[in-house]
Structures are given as structure tokens and as C-alpha cells.
Write a protein that binds this ligand. Sequence first.
Ligand code: GDG
Length: 457
Amino acid sequence: MSRLVVVSNRVAPITEGEPAAGGLAVGVLDALRAEGGVWFGWSGEIADGAEPLPNPGRDVGRITLRTIDLSRRDYDEFYRGFANGTLWPVLHYQMGLARFDWTEFAGYNRVNALFACSLKSVLRPDDLVWAHDYHLLGLAEALRKDGVENRMGLFLHTPFPEPGVLMSVPAHAALVQAMAAYDLIGFQTEPDRTAFADYVLRQAGGAAPGDGRLAAYGRSFRTGVYPIGVHVDAIRAEAEAQANRREALRLRVNLQGRSLILSVDRLDYAKGLRQRFVAFERFLADTPAVHGKVIFMQIAPPSRSDIQTYREIRHELEAEAGRINGRFADVDWVPLRYLNRSFPRAALMPLYAEARVGLVTPLRDGMNLVAKEYVAAQDPEDPGVLVLSQFAGAARELDAALVVNPYDEAGVAAALDQALAMSIEERRGRHAAMLDVLRTNSLDAWRDRFVADLRAG
Ligand code: GDG
């Protein structure tokens, strides 16, 4: 069988025998561990004058890790610039936070070509290339220009916006044309796939012969929907096995019977933290009966902190958290706990299980694995309630959650009230329905379906 070669912006640091953190890393590693293969990407190192050849390979079990370094200019123009300064906000419908610069777009293409050139040196003729995410929209086109004819697939972890939104990026036409060089493009949800197809049909004069296939730019390629999932049983086992860990015990003692509302997000404006803080404030203002009885804990490990918009949101949230606590806290109660750091995964799972409410309200999200992890971690006999943004990809599957509009403070506040008052019968019913979906659309199913479709062509 053909060898699997996974390409992502970063190769996650992995150690044999240890679980990986994050959905992409877990999903990809399982596939590679099962079949053997190569994982290729940026090392995380910045080295000026770096060669386009990959660093010496490192084998972890049956997986070979191949990395390249980036120069400072590559990092600035490709990573901080076009990928995270332009594409990320636009893909998440945050056009007001996007900037655009043709030099950065050229840097993005240059790094995609660098990846291609370096990857070519390790590729065998029948390897399957599986690229991940918005950093690598141009990889297949660059490989094909280098004469590589392997089968290539792309899975986009983020949303794909409607054509009118995408077109706010001046380079939109070149971007979509480059994507068409893949043989298979996978999306998290049907609306993402449809938005992409709309662009190809209406803006690029393409055709849709059926079965997700599109014809445009002189090529024919497939599109499909592959919702990423989680390992349901492993998460519940982790939540239980670690239930007596020191942090979980400390938390339980500290809660003193109060209800915990929990949010866990990378610190990113697309996750809707500012709107969520305001909705929680509204909930406290509207519901005096809960004062002293609930605690909202926001875990938000910093991310991309060398990008200005990320520094700004961090400052804003610190101020908001202080203001809300200043307004409502009492001598023996602080309503909002804002933890600006990351936790080991083993500590996170029992926290999920302890929380009465999982509050997941991104402004846009490709999927949102925290929502799925929260559901998987619950005790089926006494589960908590998921409050979920309608703009998370996960809301397409988890419609038994309390689905809210993250821009509607009053609506989110009302959902919190409803969640905390919900009967055990209703909680069990909603949880069982969501668990069924999680089992069907598991992480294994995501990976197996994508790889099978890529192989089938
Ligand atoms: C992208 C898309 C899509 C978070 N804090 C800590 C921690 N985490 C883990 C969570 C979860 C992962 O990070 C975050 O995944 P999400 O899906 O919520 O969000 P993104 O990072 O934006 O991921 C997203 C995903 O790709 C997969 O396709 O769902 O839409 O944006 O697993 O548990 N893990 C640890 N400590 C923390 O403090 N250990």
C-alpha cells in the first residue's frame, strides 16, 4: 500500500509511547502509527541562510519526522504575515482584523514553494501526500510545478468563508486556483464545502459534475466533508482516571459546592472570549440568585503572541476580567477566574468532568474540539450541559447542545440560566444524543474516510 506523507505547518514534538496534544496531532499520529509514514513540516526553528533541504530525519517508532527551518523573513511574511495576519481572520469572518500586503503574499507563496522543493527530495512516486490547513493552500500547485504527480489531499481545519468574504483578500483568485491543484479538498462541514464550490462555480466559471467533484482551471478534483472528532472512550477514561489528581481535588474543595462554568480556548479573537465575558456579566446582572453560587473559569493559553491583534485581545481581556470581578466579587466569592496559561491534558479532562456547564462560544470555528472533549468527558449518569455557538462547526453535529448566537449577550445569559436549572432527565437525554454523534463521527472515522477517499481518487 502507498506510504502516507503528512505535511503540516508545524511538526508536533512527539515522544514514543506518549499521547499527543491537540486534534490534528492526535489524528495524524494515529494514522502514521498504524501504517507508518512520514510527517513533514517546519521545525519551529528560525535559521537565516537555511538550506531548502530537510534536516536529518528522526524516527519515532514507524514514523519518520522530517523538518525544515525557516528564515526570519519567511517567518515574518509567511507565518505572521499572510497566514495569520490575512488568512486566519478572513477565514473566520473577521475582515476588520485582517491586513493585506502583496509582499507577504509573495512570502507565503515562496514558503509553499520551499516546502514543495524540500518535500520533493523525500517523496517516493506512489506516496500519498496529505497536507493540513490554511498555511499550505499553495503546496500542491508548487509540487506540480516541480513535476510531482503524486496524489495530494488537503484538509482545511478552519471554516471556508462565503465568496463575498473571501474576496476581501485581494489575492483570492490565485489562492483558489492554487487549491485546485489538490486531488481532494476536505472541509469540516457542508457549508464550508458549499462556500468553496460556490466560489469555483460562480467566480472561476467551474462546473460541478456531481459527487463532490469540481472541474475548473483545466483540472478535475474532489471535495468532501470530514468532521474531525475525538477519541470518546479515551477522554472519559482520562477524566475518571485522573479524577483524584491534586488539581481536581483542590478545585473541588475550592468550589465549595458552587457550580462551575468552564471555557477552554487558545487566546484568539475568533474564540469570542470578549463577547463571552460580557455575556457572563449580563448573566450576573440579570440573575442575582446565582451570586456566590457559580464560578466561571476561563482557561486561555496564550497563542501567536508576536502578532499585534493577539497582544491587543490579551490586554482587553485582562481589563474586562478585572472590571467584571470588581463589579460583582464579594469578600468570599470571585465570580470569574481567568487563567492565562496552559494546563497538562491530564489536568484538563477532570476539569471538564467537574464543570456543570461547558461554555463554547466562538465567533467562528472550523470545528471546535473543546466542545466535543467536554461532552466526551462527562459522567453519562450526571452529565453537564454544553452551551455551544451556532458558528462552531461542531454545532452542525451537536444540535442537542444549547445552541446560542455568541453576539447575543442576553441569549447566552439566558442559556446559562437554563443550563444550570436543567433537570437530570433532560441533561441525560441531550448528552446521550451527543455521545451517539461523537461515536459515529470519531477521530478514527475522520482519518479513515479522508485517507480512503484520497487513495480512491
Ligand atoms: C483548529 C481549528 C478545529 C486547549 N487548551 C489547552 C489544551 N487545549 C487543547 C484542547 C483541544 C485543542 O487544544 C484546541 O482545539 P480546538 O478545536 O478547540 O481549536 P484550535 O486550536 O483553534 O484548532 C478548530 C481544530 O483545528 C481541529 O481540526 O476544531 O476549529 O481552529 O484539543 O483540549 N490542551 C492542553 N492544555 C491547555 O491548556 N493540554
